[in-house]
Write a protein of this length. Structure first.
Length: 633
């Protein structure tokens, strides 16, 4: 690792022979000027035709963006700039360009056009990547793989792996390439030398460290990032403890459990390439997955270690849902305690006492505004909840729940709402029932027993676990982390995101005040929680009765009302709650069995579904008790 790329020889205008078996026509150097009229045809043929064209040094930059970009996609002005830019990059000069131009030149080099040999072509691609990757980060996913493929296919595996090490050391995060380098470090328990992308793979967190505490405290200490260094120490402690107990390392355990897999693929996938493709092999790596026991152990160890750092820095929140046995916890305690001692700053701090009063006053002002709930940030007028939306606020984007969709500057300065856009995006896509589950957890102080009636009512008869999975799947897609975790029998909202969830649901931080023992005044959260918990609902809302939730009550009201549109209305209701008509009817009948009636309520085989004769009196009484008007049926 850390070795430099091979030097590029003097600029070449060579046009090497095509690979064996190439059937395209051989065209020599052309004296013609490239134009939209003469650049159509097979890519390699056109590339050979203009391989030595010098370009116009006065051609101005012209933007160019195209998928699978080729010469034929360029107009006359874009062609002029491309060949001017290509001539400058061949001379080693880096000037501004567009990504699509870079791809066209890369495709030329993959065909070994404009290079003396395969090594020369691969080195040019590597230099293209290193010159422009800061401007175009997306290049990592393409040029790194293609350069590795070219080395492997035309030069040799050793040259390919040498490049892979250089690329990963430079920060490239490409799955197979990163895993190859990671496994070589993992095999000798060299966590200090392991690439950051490899640490994230072993921990099963693709956005490892992307949280408030990491962003605030991962400063360089003794030449290394402080929080990231603790992750590596925790993994080392885990490996040592596991080996002491089981006589093997976690890598060996992963290989025993999952075996090894070959890193092979067809070369140049996703590139414009019309010569014979080859299959390349870069090596073998452990075939573990994110659900492996090894990954779970590392993930819990790293999160536990971060909590120790949070405690050291008096950070208010901690990561939840961590499960470690006592022996491993003690091993990590000792490892991180030693790490903290060796990384404590030793510089003398001199306080300017003339500024302490101003700082104290500013801190008190921010605290007072937080405890006031930022009352001006939301409209206190309650939103109506009707039978048509299942007894909960209708399915709308999260902006409905957050009157002020952007985080105020003072809260951001206080370290709050830093992940608000991602959390809002996740919550905006939740079903009504999933959002009600989230609101119920907030209303109960961010922690609630998994069998709490509050969750049962919020789920509206649906299973709770799939709704929690839905919340976390949306959060991972948007935020890169889960919102809810289990600790024993408790369902807990992660502390790092409690402020964002409160704001996204209601447009203020009243949920945080509730935890501190102060009553919440948010009408939005109150409506969600009142309906979910079965307490007195706002005017016009339908509260659940007995074991039957608001969704089932609405379904019964629709069936009793009858008419030609009842099936369509039931389908709409089912879809809004991530269900189907059959499952919705089954839920209604399941609730009927658990109710005072003690039997099913609906004939699901009828079209449309109808209330059973012996259940009609019970259903009518139920609808009357929940506030529905018989006259409206």
């Amino acid at each position: 690792m850390g070795e430099s790329a091979p030097e590029i020889a003097a600029p070449s205008r060579a046009i090497p022979r095509p690979p064996a078996g190439f059937s395209g026509s051989i065209i020599g150097l052309s004296s013609a000027t490239p134009s939209p009229r003469n650049v159509n045809g097979e890519f390699s043929t056109i590339a050979r035709k203009f391989a030595a064209y010098p370009g116009d040094p006065s051609a101005p930059f012209v933007p160019f963006k195209a998928y699978y970009s080729q010469y034929a996609h360029m107009d006359a002005r874009q062609l002029r700039f491309f060949f001017r830019w290509r001539a400058t990059i061949r001379r080693g000069e880096v000037i501004p360009t567009d990504l699509s131009y870079i791809f066209v030149h890369t495709y030329e080099l993959l065909h070994l056009i404009g290079a003396e040999n395969a090594t020369h072509a691969a080195v040019q691609i590597e230099r293209l990547w290193s010159s422009y990757r800061d401007v175009f980060p997306a290049m990592d996913a393409y040029l790194v793989r293609w350069a590795a493929d070219l080395y492997a296919a035309e030069v040799g595996t050793a040259a390919a792996l040498s490049f892979v090490h250089r690329a990963v050391a430079a920060g490239a995060s490409v799955a197979d390439e990163s895993l190859i380098v990671t496994d070589q470090r993992w095999a000798v328990t060299d966590y200090a030398g392991m690439p950051a992308a490899g640490i994230a793979m072993l921990v099963g967190e693709r956005r490892l460290g992307d949280n408030k505490f990491f962003r605030e405290h991962n400063a360089i200490v003794n030449g290394h990032p402080w929080v990231e260094g603790a992750y590596r120490e925790a993994m080392l402690a885990t490996d040592r403890a596991f080996e002491a107990k089981h006589g093997k390392t976690l890598r060996d355990a992963a290989v025993d459990e999952h075996g090894m897999r070959a890193v092979t693929r067809e070369a140049f996938q996703g590139a414009v390439y019309d010569w014979k493709r080859k299959t390349v092999a870069l090596g073998r790596v452990p075939a573990f997955t994110e659900t492996s026991r090894t990954v779970a152990l590392y993930r819990n160890a790293v999160r536990y270690a971060e909590n120790l750092l949070r405690k050291e820095r008096s950070f208010s929140g901690k990561l939840r849902g961590i499960e470690l046995d006592s022996a491993l916890a003690k091993a990590i305690d000792a490892q991180i305690a030693a790490y903290i001692r060796t990384t404590k700053p030793r510089t003398r701090v001199t306080l300017d006492l003339t500024k302490t009063k101003d700082l104290a006053r500013e801190s008190a002002d921010v605290r007072a505004r937080l405890l006031d709930g930022i009352e001006e940030a939301y409209d206190p007028t309650p939103r109506p909840v009707s039978i048509g939306d299942g007894g909960r606020p209708p399915e709308t984007p999260s902006s409905t729940y957050s009157v002020q969709s952007h985080a105020p500057a003072d809260l951001l300065a206080a370290g709050l709402l830093t992940d608000l856009p991602a959390v809002q995006s996740a919550i905006a896509t939740l079903s009504i029932a999933a959002r009600a589950i989230l609101a119920a957890v907030v209303a109960n102080g961010f922690e609630v027993h998994e069998r709490s009636p509050l969750l049962t009512a919020a789920a509206g008869g649906a299973l709770i676990a799939p709704l929690v999975d839905e919340i976390n799947e949306r959060a991972v897609a948007s935020l890169g982390d889960v919102l809810c975790v289990y600790e024993g029998k408790l369902l807990i909202l992660q502390e790092d995101y409690r402020d964002e969830v409160c704001w996204a649901l209601q447009g203020n931080l009243d949920g945080l005040r509730t935890v501190a023992g102060m009553p919440s005044t948010s009408p939005v959260l109150a409506a969600e929680v009142q309906v979910a918990s079965g307490s007195e609902a706002p005017a016009g809302a339908m509260a659940p009765s007995e074991s039957i939730g608001p969704v089932e009550v609405e379904a019964l009201a629709l069936i009793v009302a009858g008419g030609p549109g009842v099936s369509a209305a039931l389908l709409t209701l089912a879809a809004a709650n991530a269900s189907t008509l059959l499952l919705l009817v089954d839920r209604v009948n399941g609730c009927g069995l658990e109710s005072a009636h003690g039997d099913i309520l609906v004939d699901g085989d009828a079209e449309p579904p109808v209330i059973l004769d012996d259940a009609m009196a019970f259903v009518v009484g139920l609808l009357a008790r929940t506030g529905a008007s018989v006259a409206s049926w």
